[in-house]
Write a protein that binds this ligand. Structure first.
Ligand code: PEP
Ligand code: MN
Length: 341
């Protein structure tokens, strides 16, 4: 249920409503709107009719059911687009198109520093790099783990770029959060509910990737797992789904952008690298994503893709990434976004 407060309702009235919601066994989530606040009362779907009684409380305008199974992620609860803050100077979901770029895996100091300098020079605002890698084969490179996080922190120190890196299990969430600016939940873990709950309890933005075989509704339910634990800073990432097509590694579902925009207030980022698996296709899919309304892109860039420990075939060389960024500005402008100064 959503409790819509009257415009100008007093804090005392809002506090009384949240107290009553708790007494009824539900969790209140206050969402501050531009003209009025709404309070989401989230919990067991059974017996929700008791919440209707809140309508008689002071300062309450109406109590309305949330029709979608996802609540806090839905546009019913919050109509305005959410802007997720990464640092004092960077946010995702606003006017600025945010590009995160870097190698699939952190391999060594030279590689990650060189990548960071190159992507920054091309105009990326964030660095990406995996330290804990969820590989399909147990015999593939699994990542440098904490050493990789240290190297990412060093790259941030050198370039000033905040970074996003993946966390693959609940036990290492605190460790990854202590180094990184944003935590990534990978496609393979998009329905790892224990992990989603754990990242819901920290105070860091989460880049949630869509699983290769999950529907948009299931994707939003995964976001709901994070948000229902208290962390509202969720960014959705479409990275390709599995279809019958084998010409590309996955089928990048760009229709997810307008569909998600119609259902959720959360920002949407596109990953054309995993979405296609082939560096030739990164630029056109990046342009298309921005044209369709994406809030950001996450792109794999490696100084020497032939020697990459993972995902070399889909990694751009810095020069090609620079060319992509130069052209991307025009698409950003056409989509009413800005990219760089
Ligand atoms: C990655 O970002 O390197 C990655 C493993 O992505 P995904 O979870 O989308 O496969
Ligand atoms: Mn990768």
């Amino acid at each position: 249920m959503i409790v819509v407060m009257k415009a100008g309702a007093a804090k005392k009235e809002r506090d009384a409503v949240t107290k009553r919601i708790k007494e009824l066994g539900y969790t209140p989530h206050i969402i501050h709107g531009t003209t009025r606040d709404v309070i989401g009362a989230v919990g067991d779907e059974r017996g929700k009719s008791v919440l209707q009684t809140l309508e008689s409380m002071q300062g309450v305008e109406s109590v309305v059911p949330i029709l979608q199974p996802y609540k806090l992620a839905s546009k019913e609860v919050k109509k305005e687009a959410s802007i997720v803050r990464i640092s004092d100077t960077l946010a995702i979901g606003g006017k600025e198109l945010v590009v995160m770029a870097g190698p699939c895996s952190v391999e060594n100091e030279e590689q990650i520093i060189e990548s960071a300098i190159a992507v920054k020079a091309a105009g990326a605002q964030m660095l990406r790099g995996g330290a804990f890698k969820p590989r399909t084969s147990p015999y593939s490179f699994q990542g440098l783990e904490e050493e990789g996080l240290k190297l990412l922190a060093k790259a941030r120190e050198t370039t000033g770029l905040p970074f996003v890196t993946e966390v693959i299990d609940p036990d290492s969430v605190d460790l990854v959060a202590s180094y990184s600016d944003m935590l990534q939940i990978g496609a393979r873990n998009s329905q790892n509910f224990a992990l989603l709950k754990k990242v819901g309890q920290i105070d860091k933005p989460i880049l949630l990737k869509r699983g290769m075989s999950i529907t948009i509704q299931e994707f939003l339910m995964s976001a709901e797992y994070i948000m229902s634990e208290g962390n509202q800073s969720v960014i959705l990432c479409e990275r390709g789904i599995r279809t019958f097509e084998t010409a590309t590694r996955n089928t990048l579902d760009l229709s997810a952008i307008p569909v998600l925009k119609s259902k959720t207030h959360l920002p949407i980022v596109i990953d054309p690298s995993h979405g296609t698996g082939n560096y030739h296709y990164i630029a056109p899919m990046s342009f298309a994503a921005v044209a369709a309304g994406a809030d950001g892109l996450i792109i794999e860039v490696h100084p020497d893709p032939e020697k990459a420990s993972s995902d070399g075939p889909q990694s751009l060389k810095p020069k090609k990434f620079q060319a992509l960024m130069d052209k991307l500005r025009l698409f950003a402008e056409a989509a009413d976004k800005t990219l760089g100064a």
